[in-house]
Design a protein around this ligand. Structure first.
Ligand code: UTP
Length: 298
């Protein structure tokens, strides 16, 4: 089967981040760090590791520091360049501006994820693309999760949503998928329906979409229709648009292999920092000793 290569990605990062206030008042939640890198850098690196060359980050007012982070910082680079003891830092700083072609667009009103994605229509054009939610960091250094989705798309030619089973008590915070196994691939499922923020009696499975999607360009036609039908003041759920792909047999769910951290809530941020710190090459050993000592006291 011939499928187009995925060369473009969108990272929606224009949310208000109310669940992590006051931290996110002046600093975008996507710029909150995990040890020594902002969350959004992990995400841009993941997209680049999947062979994606052009990445559009959707921002809004007050998120200009995201642009600065992926730009050169000549003064800093100049200072570090000539200092042999700071060679690694120089390379780290320089690398931020060279990960991929990173573009920016503002969502002028915070009208939800579906609306943010719609803003990227002319950037994407008529080709399939990846979406990486700006507050979901998913770690798998050997086989990045976006690459897992891209490979599944290239094999099947269908839209792919990255899913994980979440505890039943939490499904109502996410979405619930109606799925059945797909052919002979244990990790792939056919998606028949999706319900956003289901009530207990609407739960079809505990599989929820967690932060990664590969979509065909038709999704923009569906989004345009759905946005036109969304009453003023109501938020369009992007999952409702994805559900339309599912109902016509064009959407698969991939139970991805990776550890996902929700950087949009306080506990998620703490878990990400703790776990990444434990295996960090510079501070890992000291942090482990500190955690063991702390754990013995609580
Ligand atoms: P969330 O609903 O998790 O983000 O959206 P939020 O709106 O910032 O969260 P809270 O509830 O206020 O804490 C998922 C992703 O979609 C982006 C967010 O930045 C996040 O990466 N988003 C959301 C947009 O780009 N635009 C929007 O209008 C809403």
């Amino acid at each position: 089967m011939f499928t187009m290569k995925i060369k473009k990605a969108i990272i929606p990062a224009a949310g208000l981040g109310t669940r992590v206030l006051p931290a996110s008042k002046a600093v975008p939640k996507e710029m909150l760090n995990i040890v020594d890198k902002p969350a959004i850098q992990y995400i841009v690196e993941e997209a680049a590791a999947a062979g994606i060359e052009d990445i559009l980050i959707i921002t809004n007012r007050g998120k200009g520091v995201i642009e600065d982070h992926f730009d050169h910082s000549y003064e800093l680079e100049d200072k570090l360049k000539d200092n042999p003891s700071k060679k690694d830092l120089y390379e780290d700083v320089l690398a931020c501006s060279n990960i991929a072609n990173v573009y920016f667009l503002r969502q002028k009103e915070t009208k939800g994820l579906g609306h943010a994605i719609m803003c990227a229509k002319s950037f994407i054009g008529n080709e399939p693309f990846a979406i990486l939610y700006g507050d979901d960091v998913i770690i798998n250094d050997e086989y990045p999760v976006t690459k897992q989705l891209v490979d599944a798309f290239e094999k099947t030619g269908k839209g792919i949503v990255g899913v994980k089973e979440v505890p039943r008590k939490d499904v109502s915070k996410y979405c619930s998928l109606d799925v059945t196994p797909h052919a002979d691939n244990a990790a792939l499922m056919d998606v028949h329906n999706i319900i956003e923020k289901p009530t207990e009696d609407q739960i079809m499975s505990c599989f929820s979409i967690l932060g990664r999607v590969v979509a065909p360009p038709q999704v923009f036609d569906y989004l345009a229709e759905d946005l036109a039908n969304t009453p003023e003041g109501e938020e369009l759920y992007f999952t409702d648009t994805l559900a339309r792909l599912g109902k016509e047999g064009n959407l698969l769910a991939l139970d991805f292999d990776g550890i996902r951290y929700d950087m949009g809530n306080k506990l998620g941020i703490m878990k990400a920092n703790c776990e990444v710190a434990l295996s960090h090459k510079e501070i890992g050993e000291d942090f482990k000793a500190y955690i063991k000592d702390l754990a013995s006291k609580i």
